[in-house]
Design a protein around this ligand. Sequence first.
Ligand code: AMP
Ligand code: MG
Length: 405
Amino acid sequence: MRGFRRRSSVEEVVALIGRRVEPLEAESVPLSQAAGRVLAAEILAAAPVPPFDRAAMDGYAVRGEETFGADLYNPAVFQIVGRSRPGLAFQGVVGPGQAAEIATGAPLPDGADAVVKVEATEAEGSSVRVVEPTPPGRNVGRIGEDIAAGTVVLPAGRILRPQDLGVLSALGYPAVPATRRPVVAVIVTGDELLPAGSPSRGHRIADMNSVMLAALIARDGGIARVVGPLPDDRETLRAAIVEAAATADAVLISGGSSTGPEDHAPGLVAELGELVAHGVALRPASPAGLGFLGRVPAVLLPGNPVSCLCAYDFFAGPVVRLLGHRPAAWPYRSVERPMAHKLASAIGRVDYARVRIGPDGVEPLAISGASILSSTTRADGFVVVPADLEGYAAGASVVVWLYDG
Ligand code: AMP
Ligand code: MG
């Protein structure tokens, strides 16, 4: 083992990612598939919604001023001259003393300016008695009352909600420009690894990282493509990295990221592109790294599963999210709670401490034990201890990032 001569700070690596990783190009996505996608361009309303004045109630379209003074004892009487239904407008004009039967959503006929609700009327043959004054504009949905033409309806970067799709449809978009989802190659290395989910055999163990990483990538809007597990063979890994850099938008390499003789990933990234950080002052993910293969970001993730999760949370996650035009910030919800006990940490590195929230506050579960992935399944979340703190005293208020939404 050669060890790291110098470790980058978490902030340096995060800043490098923020500076160098840019959103991918846009593609056209049909509305039926656009929920949860990221809008690549601002959407302006080219036309008003609704595109015409319409009835907001079932009733009769009339000239509103002709109903003034009407009541049960002195109804205003109108001659029914037609009917307006949604999608089937009354073609004529509602003149003085006339009314058109109208249904909610139907176009308001020319000449009329109000809709008397059906409860305030009594129809008899071809006439209708109105027993309630209904001033002009009453029960009428005006053209553009939902969306005025020319307004910005949705900003670029918007993660599309189901209701956004309805609005886009009303604006006449059959499809929208959405940032392409990043394809993320996950190269898993380790001579000892069997395919994910395999029973262990001899001294070989199942790969735990690819399934975890694929789920994290999907959560962050990416499309994971798992390669491996591959043996710790330099040429095999080189070929996999070259192939991934040519066909994916980001490359994550799990395992072999440190400075030992089997750790080929850092040297290969340096050789095939540039290695901009290797070794981070972060526990439990100090053998993490960042590089670029041309424009394609490459993140070196330590093989220990907790380290791998930690390095994904700090570095790979932001890469995936930024490529997809999503916020770099953690998608985790946070809560503030007092520490139930002391949480000790060394100065000079960031600590990713798994914690549980108990009745007395935040209970530290593990700060070391990079190989104990179940510490993260027992945990409610994690606390990040900054590099300049020796930890938190019992009772100190801390931010817990929750694994569950
Ligand atoms: P490495 O980063 O390759 O030096 O691996 C560090 C430790 O993590 C070793 O004990 C490996 O067996 C273990 N490890 C590496 N990759 C994986 C993986 N995909 N799943 C589970 N354990 C792993
Ligand atoms: Mg290994």
